[in-house]
Design a protein around this ligand. Sequence first.
Ligand code: AMP
Length: 121
Amino acid sequence: MAYDPNNVFAKILRGEIPCDKVYEDEWALAFRDIRPQAPVHVLVIPKGAYVSMDDFSATASADEIAGFFRALGTVARQLGVAEPGYRTLANIGEDGGQEVPHLHFHIFAGRRLGRMVAKPE
Ligand code: AMP
């Protein structure tokens, strides 16, 4: 799938849409999800134009990959959730339930998160 530069996270990266930013560095931006599903629900996105984890893992540079995953861990520590723990989740494509076509990792925390994957109701 080609990258759509008009997706909502691309607009956030360009500053065209506001976000509740919690972290930013050369490689990544993190902001609170507008529809939180846990007491802490933050999205971490790479600065580069990558549709999904599939795209990113295949085509991003080693510096981008290292920078992004370092940022993901830094965000969790700065949020204070590394202890007692948190969950990261990246939805990929249609079956993965991905809604926004710019790679994002969810960070969920702040309560016991329960089963790993819930069946749709
Ligand atoms: P996914 O289903 O993994 O693609 O998740 C997309 C997430 O983006 C959802 O949890 C939405 O609530 C969240 N979202 C959509 N638009 C925005 C926005 N403008 N600011 C923050 N979060 C958003």
